[in-house]
Write a protein that binds this ligand. Structure first.
Ligand code: SAH
Ligand code: SF4
Length: 352
């Protein structure tokens, strides 16, 4: 029989497992606490009898995230982690400090299948999806490392969350447990490149999470060039799904728009975007694109971004430039893993 991923069990499921091993329920509370502290082996569960630990070793395994590398910004309190899972797979995560608390940007897959041309993750291929416990493990490792509590989570690291739908939904359940990390849906954002059928599926779950949609272009001509997913789900279909999402959940959608010099930042682009977004309860986040090596893209000039915001504003669409944090510690997710050990001090962080 395959071993159970014990950290992926809910508190109730863990209790059932422990009882099925002939043990009293309170042992499951002890084990749950250890797991939420991020132990990497059953041996570390010192208040659990050796005989039970042995049974656990035989039946279960622990998904934990080991810190392979950590970069600390000299400018602000941003930390960037490269985590290694027991099978050797590595993902990135970024921990940011805001006045309201700590926000962690975690990965949902090792790599990504979507192949966006401006994205370091998309350009370096796909290894595998992460389990819910591996998503949780990134948060736990950061909390333990920094002796803090994380209050907000953004699923905006490596990977496409809606391409790993079931495990992401499972993660959302686990992370909310008040005896565990206690991070509720209102404190979670999920970012997608636009897998339309999954946006409908998500809407129908009526969750209180924030949906971010990586739009990055106002029309199919430009979007299909930079985001291959657009050839499958064009802008019209994507925006229809977004309307459905905000109508169904009553939640405002956040559109991400990476400003790329000469590609998607003209006045005409802003005008078209303004027309397209009319009637959708939304907010546009403009992000100066991170110049990922090999892509040839450069960020738009500050004035261009301001002009873009003005045009959108006239069309009734609110837009702001997203603050960048950790500008000295290596770019949006994917670049650290891709660099495989070297740091690049001149890149900017993609941050909320
Ligand atoms: N796959 C999901 C979530 C992970 S990517 C998605 O695409 O939404 C997180 C965000 O970073 C997305 O908005 C993505 O478009 C953006 N991004 C990726 N590469 C970037 C770059 N080089 N510069 C700026 N933003 C980038
Ligand atoms: Fe994947 Fe998002 Fe990067 Fe596109 S932007 S390749 S969907 S991680």
């Amino acid at each position: 029989m395959p071993k159970t991923d014990i950290a992926s069990l809910s508190r109730e499921e863990l209790k059932e497992l422990i009882q099925s091993l002939g043990q009293p329920a309170f042992r499951s509370t002890q084990i749950y606490e250890w797991l939420r502290k991020g132990v990497s082996s059953f041996d570390e569960m010192t208040n659990v009898p050796a005989s039970l630990r042995q049974k656990l070793v035989e039946n279960c395994y622990i998904s934990y995230a080991a810190i392979e590398k950590k970069l600390v910004s000299a400018y602000d309190d941003t930390k960037k982690y490269l985590f290694r899972f027991p099978d050797g797979e590595m993902v990135e995560s970024v921990l940011m400090k805001y006045h309201h608390g700590f926000t962690s940007c975690i990965s949902t897959q090792a790599g990504c299948r979507m192949g966006c041309t401006f994205c370091a993750t998309g350009q370096s291929g796909f290894s595998r999806s992460l389990s819910a416990s591996e998503m949780l493990a990134q948060l736990i490792a950061e909390q333990q490392d920094e002796h803090i509590r994380i209050s907000n989570v953004v699923l905006m690291g490596m990977g496409e969350p809606l391409d790993n739908f079931d495990q992401v939904m499972r993660f959302l359940e686990l992370v909310g447990d008040e005896k565990g990390l206690g991070i509720g849906m209102r404190h979670i954002s999920l970012s997608t490149c636009g897998l339309v059928p999954k946006i409908y599926e998500l809407a129908d779950r009526h969750l209180q999470i924030t949906l971010s949609v990586s739009l990055h272009a106002p029309n199919n001509q430009i979007r299909s060039r930079t985001m291959p997913v657009n050839r499958r789900y064009p802008v019209e279909e994507l925006l229809k799904a977004c309307r459905y999402y905000s109508d169904t959940t009553g939640r405002r959608i956040s559109f991400e728009y990476a400003m790329i010099d000469g590609v998607n930042d003209s006045d005409a682009c802003a005008e078209e975007l303004g027309r397209r977004l009319r009637g959708i309860i939304s907010h546009v986040n403009l992000i100066p694109v991170n110049a990922v090596s090999g892509t040839g893209y450069q960020k738009s000039k500050r004035q261009r971004m301001e002009r873009f915001i003005d045009i959108l504003g006239k069309a009734g669409v609110t837009a702001t430039v997203r603050r960048t944090l950790g500008s000295d510690i290596n770019a949006s997710c994917g670049q650290l893993r891709r660099a495989a050990g070297s740091t690049n001090p001149s890149k900017e962080e993609t941050a909320v």
